[in-house]
Design a protein around this ligand. Sequence first.
Ligand code: SF4
Length: 309
Amino acid sequence: MKILVSSCLLGNCVRYDGGHKLNYFIKDKLGKHAKWVTVCPETESGMQTPREPMHLVNKGDTVRLVTLKTRRDLSDKMNIWINKFFSEFNTEDVCGFVFKSKSPSCGFKSVKIWSENNILYSGKCGLFASECITRYPHIPCIDEGRLNDPDLHDNFIEQVFVYKSWSLLNKTDLQSLEKFHTQNKYLIMAHNPEGFENLGSIISEKKLSTDQKYFRYQSLLMKTLRQIAAIRSRSKVLMLMVNDIKEHLSSDNLTELTEMIDNYRKGFISLRVPLSFLNHYSRVFKCAQFQEQTIFNPYPKELDSSCKT
Ligand code: SF4
């Protein structure tokens, strides 16, 4: 799969001060599983390195990219380049965007927008990142700052790998969609059980064509996966899995698993522990409903936030 990444995060000296913002997790760990589509909107639009720093300024109805001291407005230059970039951008195999935080070009939901004298608001996207998420709302995205938050980190990595498997589906027949839905049952439910039910309704809706089903399913799937799977909802899904397998378990096994899930809910042990036991029992007892469930191994373990350092 390919991931679009802000060039400075891979250690390229393209920042306004001539430096970089190398992120080892992105370059070394995520980089083992992805081909990079490396982009630096500022240098690729013709700006020099080093260069005068810029910020976003609210002018009337538009947001402008303006240099700090000389107050040069570089928005047109940037927007011309952005349009050219997207006219040539091939999204095939692209499963994620990783942006540099706070940048007026690449920043993702963390950029300040200024009036002439004061901050108006923060939490906005830079010009390039904004265009990415508007044009490709289903592709998972994050910035390197958010990767430091374990929940956001794991949520992003999971989205990327689900999106990858989604991209590989043969979208001309409904059986592939039904199989995908079944295999991702518990994983999706951990984010939102209602979302899983609604996804199922899309598949069974008789008035929709296969194309329409795939289109609507993708949209709701990615929206559902963006919701953080909280410990409470994960615990409920684990208990549901125990319930689905309990006919095979001894009362000791059952008690042990229930206690394990309780310990996970209280934060004493990691999610991997009850999942490993459930996976083990499902293999031992050949439980059909657990076959190929993605919740057991949603992405390579070394990409987990707990293995970040
Ligand atoms: S944040 Fe974006 S525009 Fe700025 S140096 Fe990094 S890649 Fe280039």
